[in-house]
Design a protein around this ligand. Structure first.
Ligand SMILES: [Zn+2]
Length: 308
Protein backbone atom coordinates (compact mmCIF):
# COMPACT_ATOMS: atom_id res chain seq x y z
CA UNK A 1 0.00 0.00 0.00
CA UNK A 2 1.27 3.49 -0.80
CA UNK A 3 2.76 5.39 2.06
CA UNK A 4 0.12 7.57 3.67
CA UNK A 5 0.53 11.22 2.84
CA UNK A 6 0.73 13.38 5.96
CA UNK A 7 -2.01 15.76 4.72
CA UNK A 8 -4.29 12.81 4.04
CA UNK A 9 -3.64 11.55 7.56
CA UNK A 10 -4.48 14.90 9.14
CA UNK A 11 -7.62 15.14 7.00
CA UNK A 12 -8.80 11.75 8.15
CA UNK A 13 -8.23 12.68 11.79
CA UNK A 14 -10.17 15.95 11.47
CA UNK A 15 -13.09 14.16 9.84
CA UNK A 16 -13.30 11.84 12.80
CA UNK A 17 -12.95 14.68 15.30
CA UNK A 18 -15.79 16.56 13.60
CA UNK A 19 -17.87 13.43 13.50
CA UNK A 20 -17.56 12.97 17.21
CA UNK A 21 -18.40 16.53 18.20
CA UNK A 22 -21.90 15.73 19.32
CA UNK A 23 -23.55 16.83 22.48
CA UNK A 24 -22.57 14.91 25.56
CA UNK A 25 -20.05 12.77 23.75
CA UNK A 26 -16.37 13.49 24.06
CA UNK A 27 -14.58 13.45 20.70
CA UNK A 28 -12.36 10.43 20.45
CA UNK A 29 -9.64 9.62 17.98
CA UNK A 30 -8.40 6.10 18.10
CA UNK A 31 -5.46 4.25 16.62
CA UNK A 32 -7.81 2.85 14.00
CA UNK A 33 -7.84 6.21 12.21
CA UNK A 34 -4.08 6.54 12.23
CA UNK A 35 -3.79 3.83 9.59
CA UNK A 36 -6.34 4.74 6.95
CA UNK A 37 -7.33 1.63 5.08
CA UNK A 38 -8.17 1.36 1.42
CA UNK A 39 -9.36 -1.05 -1.21
CA UNK A 40 -6.32 -2.98 -2.30
CA UNK A 41 -7.39 -6.60 -1.88
CA UNK A 42 -5.77 -7.87 -5.05
CA UNK A 43 -2.38 -6.76 -3.75
CA UNK A 44 -2.68 -7.43 -0.04
CA UNK A 45 -4.65 -10.69 -0.16
CA UNK A 46 -6.99 -9.59 2.58
CA UNK A 47 -9.96 -11.82 1.90
CA UNK A 48 -12.74 -12.40 4.41
CA UNK A 49 -14.83 -15.43 5.31
CA UNK A 50 -18.33 -14.29 6.22
CA UNK A 51 -20.60 -16.25 8.56
CA UNK A 52 -24.21 -15.78 9.66
CA UNK A 53 -24.79 -16.58 13.33
CA UNK A 54 -28.52 -17.07 13.97
CA UNK A 55 -28.94 -16.11 17.63
CA UNK A 56 -32.75 -16.19 17.48
CA UNK A 57 -34.46 -18.61 15.14
CA UNK A 58 -38.08 -19.12 14.24
CA UNK A 59 -39.76 -15.75 14.90
CA UNK A 60 -43.15 -15.48 13.20
CA UNK A 61 -44.36 -12.32 11.54
CA UNK A 62 -46.69 -11.08 8.86
CA UNK A 63 -44.97 -10.67 5.52
CA UNK A 64 -46.00 -6.97 5.44
CA UNK A 65 -43.62 -6.27 8.32
CA UNK A 66 -40.70 -7.68 6.35
CA UNK A 67 -41.74 -6.44 2.91
CA UNK A 68 -43.57 -3.13 2.46
CA UNK A 69 -47.34 -3.54 2.01
CA UNK A 70 -47.02 -7.15 0.86
CA UNK A 71 -49.00 -10.08 2.27
CA UNK A 72 -50.87 -8.62 5.25
CA UNK A 73 -52.45 -12.05 5.67
CA UNK A 74 -49.32 -14.05 4.90
CA UNK A 75 -47.07 -15.47 7.63
CA UNK A 76 -43.31 -15.44 7.37
CA UNK A 77 -40.59 -16.90 9.58
CA UNK A 78 -37.61 -14.71 10.38
CA UNK A 79 -34.27 -15.27 12.11
CA UNK A 80 -32.15 -12.74 13.98
CA UNK A 81 -28.44 -12.70 13.26
CA UNK A 82 -25.05 -11.35 14.05
CA UNK A 83 -22.34 -11.85 11.43
CA UNK A 84 -18.66 -12.67 11.70
CA UNK A 85 -16.04 -11.67 9.11
CA UNK A 86 -12.79 -13.54 9.58
CA UNK A 87 -9.54 -12.41 8.02
CA UNK A 88 -7.39 -15.55 8.27
CA UNK A 89 -4.34 -13.81 6.83
CA UNK A 90 -3.96 -11.55 9.84
CA UNK A 91 -6.03 -13.56 12.31
CA UNK A 92 -8.54 -10.78 12.93
CA UNK A 93 -12.24 -11.14 13.53
CA UNK A 94 -14.85 -8.47 12.92
CA UNK A 95 -18.33 -8.95 14.35
CA UNK A 96 -21.19 -7.16 12.67
CA UNK A 97 -23.85 -6.22 15.22
CA UNK A 98 -24.21 -7.52 18.74
CA UNK A 99 -27.68 -9.08 18.71
CA UNK A 100 -29.35 -9.31 22.08
CA UNK A 101 -28.09 -10.02 25.56
CA UNK A 102 -30.03 -12.60 27.60
CA UNK A 103 -32.99 -10.62 28.95
CA UNK A 104 -33.91 -8.81 25.71
CA UNK A 105 -33.25 -11.94 23.67
CA UNK A 106 -35.72 -13.90 25.76
CA UNK A 107 -38.23 -11.05 25.46
CA UNK A 108 -37.95 -11.17 21.67
CA UNK A 109 -38.27 -14.97 21.66
CA UNK A 110 -41.18 -15.35 24.09
CA UNK A 111 -44.09 -14.38 21.80
CA UNK A 112 -43.03 -16.95 19.19
CA UNK A 113 -43.95 -20.58 19.96
CA UNK A 114 -41.04 -22.86 19.10
CA UNK A 115 -38.51 -20.03 18.61
CA UNK A 116 -35.07 -20.48 20.13
CA UNK A 117 -32.61 -17.88 21.46
CA UNK A 118 -29.01 -18.15 22.46
CA UNK A 119 -26.56 -15.45 23.44
CA UNK A 120 -24.44 -14.44 20.41
CA UNK A 121 -21.27 -15.13 22.44
CA UNK A 122 -22.14 -18.86 22.38
CA UNK A 123 -22.20 -18.84 18.59
CA UNK A 124 -19.00 -16.80 18.33
CA UNK A 125 -17.25 -19.38 20.53
CA UNK A 126 -18.79 -22.22 18.51
CA UNK A 127 -17.09 -20.80 15.43
CA UNK A 128 -13.74 -21.31 17.18
CA UNK A 129 -13.17 -17.59 17.72
CA UNK A 130 -11.34 -16.67 20.84
CA UNK A 131 -12.57 -13.41 22.41
CA UNK A 132 -9.16 -11.71 22.12
CA UNK A 133 -9.25 -12.11 18.32
CA UNK A 134 -12.26 -9.84 17.97
CA UNK A 135 -10.75 -6.48 17.05
CA UNK A 136 -13.81 -4.71 15.73
CA UNK A 137 -17.56 -4.68 16.16
CA UNK A 138 -19.52 -2.74 13.57
CA UNK A 139 -22.97 -1.63 14.63
CA UNK A 140 -25.14 -1.51 11.53
CA UNK A 141 -27.91 0.35 13.36
CA UNK A 142 -29.34 0.78 16.83
CA UNK A 143 -32.62 -1.14 16.80
CA UNK A 144 -32.83 -3.32 19.90
CA UNK A 145 -32.28 -6.65 18.17
CA UNK A 146 -28.98 -5.35 16.75
CA UNK A 147 -27.65 -3.21 19.61
CA UNK A 148 -28.83 -4.70 22.91
CA UNK A 149 -25.84 -7.07 22.95
CA UNK A 150 -23.71 -3.98 23.60
CA UNK A 151 -24.60 -4.52 27.26
CA UNK A 152 -22.07 -7.39 27.21
CA UNK A 153 -19.85 -6.98 24.17
CA UNK A 154 -17.31 -4.43 25.48
CA UNK A 155 -16.52 -6.80 28.35
CA UNK A 156 -16.73 -10.00 26.32
CA UNK A 157 -14.38 -8.72 23.60
CA UNK A 158 -11.70 -6.71 25.40
CA UNK A 159 -9.63 -5.93 22.29
CA UNK A 160 -12.54 -4.72 20.19
CA UNK A 161 -13.27 -1.23 19.01
CA UNK A 162 -16.85 -0.37 18.16
CA UNK A 163 -18.08 1.50 15.10
CA UNK A 164 -21.31 3.44 14.74
CA UNK A 165 -22.48 6.21 12.42
CA UNK A 166 -22.81 9.67 13.97
CA UNK A 167 -26.32 10.10 12.52
CA UNK A 168 -27.45 6.85 14.12
CA UNK A 169 -26.03 7.58 17.56
CA UNK A 170 -27.28 11.18 17.49
CA UNK A 171 -30.78 10.07 16.66
CA UNK A 172 -31.23 7.29 19.20
CA UNK A 173 -29.26 8.91 22.03
CA UNK A 174 -30.22 12.58 21.69
CA UNK A 175 -33.08 13.34 19.29
CA UNK A 176 -36.40 14.09 21.05
CA UNK A 177 -38.16 12.57 18.02
CA UNK A 178 -37.19 9.14 19.41
CA UNK A 179 -39.85 9.65 22.10
CA UNK A 180 -42.63 9.63 19.48
CA UNK A 181 -44.44 6.28 19.49
CA UNK A 182 -43.41 5.48 15.91
CA UNK A 183 -39.77 5.37 17.01
CA UNK A 184 -40.07 4.62 20.71
CA UNK A 185 -41.43 1.16 19.96
CA UNK A 186 -38.02 0.34 18.46
CA UNK A 187 -35.91 2.16 21.07
CA UNK A 188 -33.82 -0.13 23.22
CA UNK A 189 -32.67 2.24 25.92
CA UNK A 190 -30.27 -0.18 27.67
CA UNK A 191 -28.47 -0.85 24.38
CA UNK A 192 -28.38 2.84 23.41
CA UNK A 193 -27.12 3.79 26.88
CA UNK A 194 -24.38 1.17 26.61
CA UNK A 195 -23.17 2.70 23.35
CA UNK A 196 -23.41 6.27 24.70
CA UNK A 197 -21.35 5.21 27.73
CA UNK A 198 -18.72 3.78 25.41
CA UNK A 199 -18.55 7.13 23.61
CA UNK A 200 -16.74 8.50 26.64
CA UNK A 201 -13.86 6.11 25.93
CA UNK A 202 -11.53 5.69 22.96
CA UNK A 203 -13.19 2.35 22.16
CA UNK A 204 -16.12 3.89 20.27
CA UNK A 205 -15.35 5.15 16.78
CA UNK A 206 -18.04 7.51 15.51
CA UNK A 207 -18.12 7.60 11.73
CA UNK A 208 -19.54 10.23 9.42
CA UNK A 209 -20.39 8.59 6.12
CA UNK A 210 -18.60 6.02 3.98
CA UNK A 211 -15.23 4.96 5.30
CA UNK A 212 -12.71 2.14 5.31
CA UNK A 213 -12.57 0.72 8.82
CA UNK A 214 -10.28 -2.26 8.30
CA UNK A 215 -8.05 -3.82 5.65
CA UNK A 216 -10.19 -3.59 2.49
CA UNK A 217 -13.25 -3.35 4.73
CA UNK A 218 -15.55 -0.41 4.06
CA UNK A 219 -18.78 0.78 5.61
CA UNK A 220 -21.40 2.63 3.56
CA UNK A 221 -23.91 4.97 5.13
CA UNK A 222 -27.31 3.73 3.93
CA UNK A 223 -30.16 5.64 5.59
CA UNK A 224 -33.83 4.73 5.26
CA UNK A 225 -34.61 1.93 7.71
CA UNK A 226 -32.97 4.10 10.38
CA UNK A 227 -31.29 7.53 10.01
CA UNK A 228 -27.74 6.21 10.07
CA UNK A 229 -27.78 2.55 9.11
CA UNK A 230 -24.45 1.39 7.70
CA UNK A 231 -23.64 -1.70 5.66
CA UNK A 232 -20.29 -3.49 5.49
CA UNK A 233 -18.50 -4.17 2.19
CA UNK A 234 -15.85 -6.90 2.14
CA UNK A 235 -13.76 -8.77 -0.41
CA UNK A 236 -14.48 -12.51 -0.21
CA UNK A 237 -13.74 -15.55 -2.38
CA UNK A 238 -17.10 -14.82 -4.07
CA UNK A 239 -16.10 -11.22 -4.89
CA UNK A 240 -17.28 -8.04 -3.20
CA UNK A 241 -19.80 -8.99 -0.53
CA UNK A 242 -22.09 -6.79 1.52
CA UNK A 243 -23.59 -7.46 4.92
CA UNK A 244 -26.54 -5.12 4.50
CA UNK A 245 -28.38 -5.92 7.75
CA UNK A 246 -31.87 -4.36 7.89
CA UNK A 247 -31.43 -2.32 4.74
CA UNK A 248 -33.47 -5.34 3.70
CA UNK A 249 -35.16 -7.71 6.13
CA UNK A 250 -35.13 -10.39 3.41
CA UNK A 251 -33.42 -10.96 0.06
CA UNK A 252 -36.66 -9.84 -1.62
CA UNK A 253 -36.00 -6.19 -0.70
CA UNK A 254 -33.01 -6.17 -3.03
CA UNK A 255 -34.66 -8.06 -5.88
CA UNK A 256 -38.08 -6.37 -5.68
CA UNK A 257 -36.93 -2.87 -4.72
CA UNK A 258 -39.22 -2.77 -1.68
CA UNK A 259 -38.25 -1.74 1.85
CA UNK A 260 -39.51 -3.51 4.94
CA UNK A 261 -42.46 -2.23 6.96
CA UNK A 262 -40.15 -0.54 9.52
CA UNK A 263 -39.25 2.76 7.91
CA UNK A 264 -37.68 6.05 8.96
CA UNK A 265 -37.52 7.62 5.51
CA UNK A 266 -38.49 5.82 2.33
CA UNK A 267 -36.82 8.02 -0.30
CA UNK A 268 -33.27 7.76 1.07
CA UNK A 269 -33.97 4.04 1.47
CA UNK A 270 -34.48 3.74 -2.29
CA UNK A 271 -31.20 5.59 -2.87
CA UNK A 272 -29.44 3.30 -0.38
CA UNK A 273 -30.66 0.21 -2.26
CA UNK A 274 -29.23 1.59 -5.51
CA UNK A 275 -25.97 2.42 -3.77
CA UNK A 276 -25.55 -1.09 -2.36
CA UNK A 277 -26.53 -2.82 -5.60
CA UNK A 278 -23.92 -0.76 -7.45
CA UNK A 279 -21.20 -2.18 -5.20
CA UNK A 280 -21.77 -5.95 -5.26
CA UNK A 281 -23.68 -8.56 -7.26
CA UNK A 282 -27.18 -9.25 -5.94
CA UNK A 283 -26.29 -12.76 -4.78
CA UNK A 284 -23.56 -11.29 -2.54
CA UNK A 285 -25.84 -8.83 -0.71
CA UNK A 286 -27.07 -10.23 2.59
CA UNK A 287 -30.15 -8.98 4.45
CA UNK A 288 -30.91 -8.74 8.17
CA UNK A 289 -33.48 -11.42 8.92
CA UNK A 290 -33.99 -13.86 6.04
CA UNK A 291 -34.18 -17.53 7.13
CA UNK A 292 -32.59 -18.45 3.78
CA UNK A 293 -29.23 -17.41 5.25
CA UNK A 294 -29.63 -20.32 7.68
CA UNK A 295 -31.14 -22.84 5.26
CA UNK A 296 -29.52 -22.21 1.86
CA UNK A 297 -25.86 -21.88 2.77
CA UNK A 298 -23.31 -24.42 4.03
CA UNK A 299 -23.81 -25.17 7.71
CA UNK A 300 -20.55 -25.08 9.65
CA UNK A 301 -21.96 -25.57 13.17
CA UNK A 302 -25.36 -25.51 14.88
CA UNK A 303 -26.84 -22.05 14.14
CA UNK A 304 -23.96 -21.01 11.90
CA UNK A 305 -23.71 -20.92 8.10
CA UNK A 306 -20.99 -19.65 5.79
CA UNK A 307 -22.30 -16.97 3.43
CA UNK A 308 -19.10 -16.17 1.54
ZN1 LIG B 1 -33.75 -2.76 12.25
Amino acid sequence: MAKIDRRQFVKSISVVAAATAISGVKPTVSMAQEKPYSSNASKTGNIYEVYALAYLQGARSKLARALYQQGWDQDVTLNYYVWAAINKKIGEVTLIDSGCAEEAGEAYRRPHAGATYMHPKVLVARLGINPEQVTRVIMTHMHGDHVNGMLDFPTLYPNAQFYVQKKELNFWAFDPMVQKPAFKMFLNKPGVDAVAALAKTPRLIILDGDQFVGPEMEVLLCPGHTPGLQVVVLPTAKGQTIVASDLGHTFRTFTEDLPSGIITDIRPWMDSLDKVRSRAPLENIFPGHDILMATNFPKVAEGITRLA
